[in-house]
Design a protein around this ligand. Structure first.
Ligand SMILES: Cc1cc2nc3c(=O)[nH]c(=O)nc-3n(C[C@H](O)[C@H](O)[C@H](O)COP(=O)(O)OP(=O)(O)OC[C@H]3O[C@@H](n4cnc5c(N)ncnc54)[C@H](O)[C@@H]3O)c2cc1C
Length: 405
């Protein structure tokens, strides 16, 4: 049975009927990945992406740490990342325009999760789940950690888990740009405008109001508004548990060479990885108000992050904070997982929201999944119904324990 009861656009093998009226709200990595996949799956569809700020100054996709891992605590997230890394490895071919092949600078240097005695059982549990999904991960005892990462203070550790392949980082802005450029070349129309309202009639959105007074008719509308998705949902009377939570990324110089250096996730909650000749790091602050101004929290570096860093990696005693930036996590405070597909009361409005810090890596696969829902009325390549809105409506959380920073 189709996941969205609203008519898909290719029910009888043709996509000409209503294809001209798919409107995507938000042209970040999610909206642009979707526009790209719609162009692939339904080339005759005319897709409109409404983006209020083509400079993406505050968009999460432009402010992301853009890292990808297989080490999740839910199987569906592992499966998404496995499919995503395959796409990222092929991105230069998939998103090429003639001879121009985008370089997203994918580096597969792994994630290293560290555990103290209290956290070791959870790491072993997650490892078993990851292995069952055929993730390329290995547990390391303290001796192995010390042998492989001589720069690490292992004194208070009991276990580590290292991704051997399929994990690392890339240039998120380059991925967003490549999706958007290819989507445009395939026929998607990007409109600079702000969505201010939605008209809902007979259980579906029929009109999208823009700030300049223009109205767009639609047969399908997609909420790809990232940290601002709750406001768009509210315009259609839907309550979406997604909140904009500020995260600061610190750029740090350290004079001591340390290799190999994967993305490290410390038991205290901070993360750090190399970025060119420097490092970037962050952690999850407590009590952040919703939509705090996007000024970096410089004070927290001295008072909170630096002591933890210097404890785990003693070479960071000599480190220097060079600069910092801040962006919003689009936190799904119901269960820290993405929300994909339609809500039962507004049947032609699809959501791709709430990725809680793992949306950049999931965008290639989520974009394809939402395009499949619109074009075919079902997930074709990877079943993602666990992430549907129905779990929220039924109050059945699918908790992701491995949320970073
Ligand atoms: C500091 C930081 C680090 C991160 N690190 C990682 C990581 O390592 N790995 C990972 O996978 N993910 C990471 N993420 C998360 C990831 O970046 C996001 O999940 C992803 O970028 C979300 O993409 P999006 O397109 O949904 O949102 P966005 O990129 O925010 O795009 C939404 C767009 O919607 C537009 N919009 C909103 N409202 C309206 C409106 N009313 N009208 C018109 N346009 C509108 C906005 O202008 C914006 O451009 C990180 C995020 C941050 C902030």
């Amino acid at each position: 049975m189709p996941i969205s009861p609203w008519p898909s656009i290719c029910t009888s093998g043709t996509n000409s009927r209503v294809a001209e009226r798919i409107v995507v709200i938000g042209g970040g990595v999610m909206g642009s990945a979707l526009a790209y996949w719609l162009g692939r799956l339904a080339p005759a569809a005319a897709v409109t992406v409404v983006e209020r700020d083509p400079s993406y100054e505050f968009a999460s996709s432009a402010l992301s740490a853009a890292s990808i891992r297989q080490q999740f605590s839910t199987a569906v997230n592992i499966r998404i990342s496995q499919a995503s890394i395959e796409f990222l490895r092929r991105a230069a071919d998939e998103l090429a325009l003639g001879d121009e092949r985008p370089d997203i600078l994918l580096r597969e240097h792994g994630y290293l999760y560290l555990a103290q005695p209290a956290g070791a059982a959870a790491l072993v549990r997650a490892h078993a789940l990851q292995k069952a999904q055929h993730a390329d991960v290995a547990l390391m005892d303290v001796a192995a950690l010390a042998r492989n990462f001589s720069w690490l203070n292992t004194a208070d550790l009991s276990l580590g888990s290292l991704g051997l392949s399929g994990e690392g980082w890339f240039d998120g802005y380059a991925l967003l740009s490549a999706f958007a450029r290819k989507a445009r070349a395939q026929g998607a129309r990007y409109v600079k405008a702000e969505v201010t309202g939605l008209r809902v009639e007979n259980g579906g959105v029929t009109r999208i109001n823009l700030a300049d007074g223009t109205q767009l008719a639609c047969t399908h509308v997609v909420n790809a508004a990232g940290p601002w998705a709750r406001r768009i949902a509210a315009m259609a009377g839907v309550e979406l548990p997604v909140f904009a939570r500020r995260r600061t990324v610190y750029v740090i110089a350290c004079p001591v060479p340390m290799t190999p250096f994967p993305l490290v996730v410390d038991p205290s909650g901070f993360w750090i990885r190399p970025e060119g000749a420097r490092f970037i790091a962050g952690f999850a602050p407590t009590d952040e108000p919703e939509e705090a101004p996007l000024q970096p929290d410089y004070g927290a570096f001295e008072s909170q992050l630096w002591p933890l860093l210097a404890h785990r990696i003693p070479a960071f005693e000599a480190a220097r904070l060079e600069r910092a930036w801040a962006g919003y996590f689009e936190m799904n405070e119901f269960d820290q997982n993405g929300i994909i597909g339609a809500h039962s009361t507004v049947r032609n409005m699809l959501f791709m929201n709430g990725f809680s810090g793992h949306g950049m890596q999931q965008a290639p696969v989520v974009g394809r999944a939402v395009a499949e829902l619109i074009v075919h009325g079902r997930f074709d390549t990877l079943g993602l119904s666990e992430l549907s809105f129905a779990r929220i409506e039924a109050n059945r959380p699918l908790l992701e324990e491995n949320v970073i920073g």
